[in-house]
Design a protein around this ligand. Sequence first.
Ligand SMILES: Nc1nc2c(ncn2[C@@H]2O[C@H](COP(=O)(O)OP(=O)(O)OP(=O)(O)O)[C@@H](O)[C@H]2O)c(=O)[nH]1
Ligand SMILES: [Mg+2]
Length: 307
Amino acid sequence: MSLFNKLKESLSKTRQNLSQRVGALLTGSSQLDASFFEELEEILLTADVGARTSMELVERLQQEVKTRRITEPAAVAGLLQEEVSRLLGEEGRLCWSPTPPTVILVVGVNGVGKTTTIGKLAYRLHREGKKVILAAGDTFRAAAGEQLAVWAERAGAGLIRHQAGADPGAVVYDALQAARNRRTDVVLVDTAGRLQTKVNLMEELKKVRRVIEREVPGAPHEVLLVLDATSGQNALSQAKLFHEAVGVTGIALTKLDGTAKGGVVLAIGNEMGLPVKLVGLGEGVDDLKEFQPRDFAAALFSDLSSI
Ligand SMILES: Nc1nc2c(ncn2[C@@H]2O[C@H](COP(=O)(O)OP(=O)(O)OP(=O)(O)O)[C@@H](O)[C@H]2O)c(=O)[nH]1
Ligand SMILES: [Mg+2]
């Protein structure tokens, strides 16, 4: 299946919730009056686009409709896709260190898909010919190290792991030493799922970051915050807290498949100012994709192309 079709299929619930309802509004309206735009804003809101972003989007559309003297509701379809694509911004590529290793710290609350995202990313990087080490920094949850070991095996990556309950800082230290000795290209650091209210866990994360900074100048090159798309607007408050604590550089948005709340991706980019770099479209090794704003907007609004 092509990437575009995969994206379209993964977004099917979000499309039902967002673009198909917009489609019904466009075909059912005879003019572009205030109630049309109110209804459009309501649809965006219920699709987890977020209050501020929904309002801004509708204002932009109203402005464009005016300047381009558009009177037909159907003509708004293309405009909407254009505006969403603009809102999503530039393609967010992962940053690479000019001198190896590149260190990517992966954070997020529990169950969002950190370990799975690391596994999928390791698989991809290994296939691109890169030498990868996974650091099992989640020493908190029982079986976390085992889960990462399974992914390391599957991805053809090295693994540095201590016993349960060990200091995550020590695991990361060892992983960085091993990376140096083994001429490794990338170190992916898994961390425990932590509730953003648990101050001690946040402190632990800051400590992990300090170890990385001290051992590899210029690192971490990425602090990827993993957000679960099914959590909708909660993702925004998570992003704020993690960003304040450890300085997030990009978002990996998982579980876009199967959620009707995919509209949250618009709010994340717009309201957090953090680029979405990766999207998770399933549980398989190949289900992690680079986020391409244009393709995303096109897939999201593909139902409107026939209007
Ligand atoms: N459908 C779907 N499931 C996903 C995706 N990413 C992760 N999952 C599933 O989400 C569940 C949790 O994933 P983990 O990778 O263990 O999450 P985690 O953040 O490491 O969790 P903790 O270590 O407990 O904090 C697993 O069952 C994954 O298979 C995705 O993009 N789509
Ligand atoms: Mg995990």
